[in-house]
Write a protein that binds this ligand. Structure first.
Ligand SMILES: [Fe+2]
Length: 333
């Protein structure tokens, strides 16, 4: 049976400990371990930058580094390489902190035999692979979720040629505003999803109303206004990590309580919905509609600025104005 060699980088300044590890790695028949040695952290990082290793055995107290910063430096230099921390007997707290920071295992020096060390190495490598697989499949699922929601968004727009691309463009502006307001990446993802399907409830509105060139009757308008509550009903049972259904329900609420469906005011409206609201108004005014030609971005921005604080959230409006005025955002085609 042919064994794949396991390259082990031992970063250890005590020559006796390093020698012991070398012996423990060699005392088995298959001869699969290929150890390299470094005495200082800088030397270890340099070796790591030149060739890949399957595992790093890391002493936390080195001449040029001490404690947790040693682990962090190695993790940063080789994030995909598992680390086993070598500690003194009294160092269990540090060892546990190292595990929390991303080390796969720890071994107390002077304890355990060669088999313990080798088992720990095999286990750390396997565990790292499993973690990597899990991370990748999580990432694939996340991408599939994003793409599915985007497909749902496109489906709604297929019925209505005038608003083709509307939700996508609103979503791009909403995310840019969210970023301007220092949203974390995780929260931006939720904002992206909520904005890209914010009009999902329009699926229940006859397309003859949505595409009507003339003025709508009061009844027709009342019916169109039901779309945000209908959207909420459609997605309220989906277990998103973000309040997507609320974002959809509240995207026509206004700061002074004059919006619909619930007449919410100010801070009672989800910040995401206040953002989608502004992005929606800007995009709608800047685009052609069945009942009018595009008014242009300047008119759209002036409308939002005029009603800042009354209809539209002040911080959101200002963030949006900055993006356009400083040329940091423009709508795609
Ligand atoms: Fe809407």
């Amino acid at each position: 049976m042919v064994h794949t060699p396991i390259h082990v980088l031992v970063i250890e300044d005590n020559p006796g400990d390093a020698r012991l590890i070398e012996l423990m790695l060699s005392e088995q028949a298959e001869d699969i371990y290929r150890p390299s040695f470094a005495v200082r952290l800088a030397e270890g990082l340099e070796i790591l930058s030149r060739q890949p290793f399957e595992i790093v055995l890391l002493d936390l107290s080195l001449p040029d580094s001490h404690g947790m910063s040693t682990v962090e430096a190695v993790l940063e230099a080789a994030p995909a390489t598992p680390i086993i921390v070598l500690t003194g007997l009294a160092d269990e707290t540090t060892a546990m902190a190292a595990m929390k920071a991303g080390a796969q295992d720890y071994l107390a020096k002077g304890q355990g035999d060669g088999e313990t060390l080798r088992r720990s190495i095999r286990y750390a490598i396997e565990r790292m692979r499993t973690e990597e697989d899990r991370r990748e499949s999580g990432e694939r699922l996340r991408r599939a979720l994003m793409q599915t929601i985007q497909a749902v968004g496109l489906t709604i727009e297929k019925r209505d040629p005038y608003t083709a691309g509307h939700q996508q463009r609103v979503s791009e502006l909403a995310v840019a505003i969210g970023r301007e307001l220092d949203f974390e990446p995780e929260r931006l993802e939720g904002l992206m999803l909520g904005s890209v399907i914010h009009d999902i409830g329009k699926i229940a509105i006859p397309s003859s109303f949505l595409n009507k060139p003339g003025k709508l009757t009061a009844t027709e308008f009342a019916l169109i206004k039901t779309h945000s509550a209908i959207g909420f009903d459609i997605i309220k049972d989906v277990e998103f990590t973000w309040p997507i259904a609320q974002m959809v329900r509240q995207h026509h609420e206004r700061m002074d309580g004059s919006g619909y469906p619930d007449g919410l005011q100010g801070g009672d409206i989800l910040l995401e919905s206040r953002i989608i609201c502004v992005a929606d108004v800007i995009e709608s005014m800047a685009s052609n509609r069945p009942y009018r030609a595009a008014l242009g971005i300047d008119v759209a921005l002036a409308e939002v600025a005029k009603n800042k604080g009354r209809l539209y959230d002040s911080d959101v409006t200002e963030a949006c104005m900055r993006l356009f005025k400083e040329g940091r955002f423009s709508f795609g085609l």
